[in-house]
Design a protein around this ligand. Structure first.
Ligand SMILES: [Ca+2]
Ligand SMILES: [Ca+2]
Ligand SMILES: [Ca+2]
Length: 465
């Protein structure tokens, strides 16, 4: 009697099935054990875990506990409160537990279920793929992530080991990174599912090119109307221009490109960046004479005949030494500044835009940096929309040196013009980050002495075939 009461208290302190005082008093055992199993979470992230349970029998005591996994064979053991289970594969599993008391009464069978998910999400970088990225510092990263178990919770990505950034999306996850030009970029991503499984890191390697040759845009020649009849420009000389094919850089020349020249060339002019940073900002504080020295260096780098006599600024007739001045830009093969006509033809999208529009749009904010959106400093090249030819920043950011001496435009039809043979000032075009947007109108022509180094003029390279 004491023993049974003691056992009853021991087994039944948390359950109510032993409340039948009649049964206790009469020592009649009519009921099987009571078995309670701790529930499992909907998803379980391991293949091994423990079933915790409590089994009690008020009178005769628990004799044996049975369990079965996924309709397999029946296992049994003698009383305990935990069953270690292992070897689970991913997927749905059901466990059944029941018990028998010493009088062979069975308990009700308890069923518990869980979905085992030990597999991390599969992640695949869909963009960018291994290879070469040209001409952008903005890198959209896109990842396809799937998880057949608990589902994808997060996808993280990094470029060149900088801090991982959480991508957003449902199954396609995306995020934007700023990347350096001209360097390899390792893109690494991993995924985490809703039970904490972390995928191994997936990596793609890309290289972001700054190769100027690859940034040249081919411009098919043609005829167009150059000049402006806007009264305030005092430039009534609208005239027809015929141009042969040429190439022009889709970007303004950057500090990174110029600094490569400085570090490779003794005595090269190293312009100040005004504290704004260098890299992919357009170079500025370079004179027209500095610009042609850079052009020659670039030509030599790429095995092309230099275009300029850097003492006089004259274009050199190809393969003639420096004595013969070229009278046609087609006779110059190296890198050079675009002629004013070439600049204007490209800025107009091969002539389709009028003089009071911007290169690529009639809305300046779409295509250009000016004093209304620049914060009064240069901006990294290529961030605004390009124009119809895929060329960036022709309106705004830095103004751009052209080949020509300044004079009023001719009023007659001309072919491949090089501008006046002599002059005081060199032309620069396109307006700048520093000025009102009207000065970025395609038709606006400005000029300054060729030795001027100012913080609003840079350059853009051109070449003939
Ligand atoms: Ca019993
Ligand atoms: Ca999973
Ligand atoms: Ca510009």
């Amino acid at each position: 009697m004491h023993i049974f009461r003691g056992l009853s208290i021991f087994f039944c302190f948390l359950v109510t099935s032993c409340s039948s005082l009649v049964e206790v008093g009469d020592l009649v055992d009519r009921n099987g054990p009571v078995i309670l199993v701790a529930p499992l979470p909907t998803y379980t992230n391991t293949a091994s875990f423990t079933l915790n349970f409590r089994v009690t029998d008020c009178l005769s005591g628990v004799k044996v506990v049975f369990y079965r996994i996924d309709s397999g064979s029946i296992q049994f053991f003698f009383t305990n409160n935990a069953i270690p289970v292992s070897g689970f594969t991913d997927g749905f599993h059901q466990m059944e537990l029941w018990a028998m008391d010493s009088n062979d009464h069975f308990s009700v069978t308890q069923k518990i279920q869980t979905i085992v998910d030990t597999t991390p999400p599969a992640v695949e970088i869909t963009s960018p793929l291994d290879g070469l990225i040209q001409g952008s510092t903005n890198l959209p990263v896109s990842v396809l992530a799937t998880d057949r178990g608990s589902g994808v919770k997060d996808v993280w990505a990094s470029v060149n080991g900088t801090a991982y950034v959480r991508l957003t999306g449902g199954s396609h996850f995306t995020g934007d990174f700023t990347i350096p030009f001209g360097q390899p970029c390792d893109i690494r991503v991993y995924g985490v599912d809703n039970v904490g499984n972390v995928s191994s890191t997936q990596m793609n390697s890309i290289s972001c090119s700054t190769n100027i040759g690859s940034n040249l845009v081919f411009v098919r020649g043609g005829s167009f109307t150059a000049g402006s009849d806007l009264a305030w420009l005092q430039e009534p000389a609208v005239h027809n221009v015929n141009l042969d094919d040429y190439y022009i850089d889709k970007y303004e020349t950057t500090f990174a490109e110029w600094d490569a020249y400085v570090s490779a060339s003794f005595g090269a002019w190293s312009p100040d960046d005004n504290g704004w940073g260098r890299g992919q900002r357009p170079v500025m504080n370079v004179s027209w004479m500095d610009a042609i020295a850079y052009c020659n260096w670039k030509s030599i780098q790429e095995g092309l005949p230099p275009a300029y006599d850097t003492n006089t600024g004259n274009l050199i007739l190809i393969n003639s030494g420096i004595t013969n001045i070229a009278t046609n830009s087609r006779d110059v093969k190296g890198y050079r500044l675009p002629t004013e006509a070439e600049w204007e033809y490209a800025a107009r999208g091969k002539g389709i835009r009028s003089e009071d529009q911007f290169s690529g749009s009639d809305i300046i904010d779409t295509v250009g940096w000016y004093n209304g959106n620049s914060g009064d400093s240069t901006q990294i090249v290529g961030q605004k929309s390009s124009n119809e030819l895929g060329i960036y920043d022709m309106s705004g950011n830095v103004a751009e040196w052209c080949q020509d001496w300044y004079a009023e435009y001719p009023s007659i039809s001309v072919t491949d013009p090089l501008g006046p043979q002599a002059g005081t000032n060199k032309v620069f075009r396109g307006g700048s980050y520093l000025w009102d947007s009207d000065l970025s109108w395609i038709g606006v022509r400005l000029s300054i002495a060729p030795d001027s180094r100012v913080l609003y003029i840079g350059l853009r390279l051109a070449r003939s075939e």
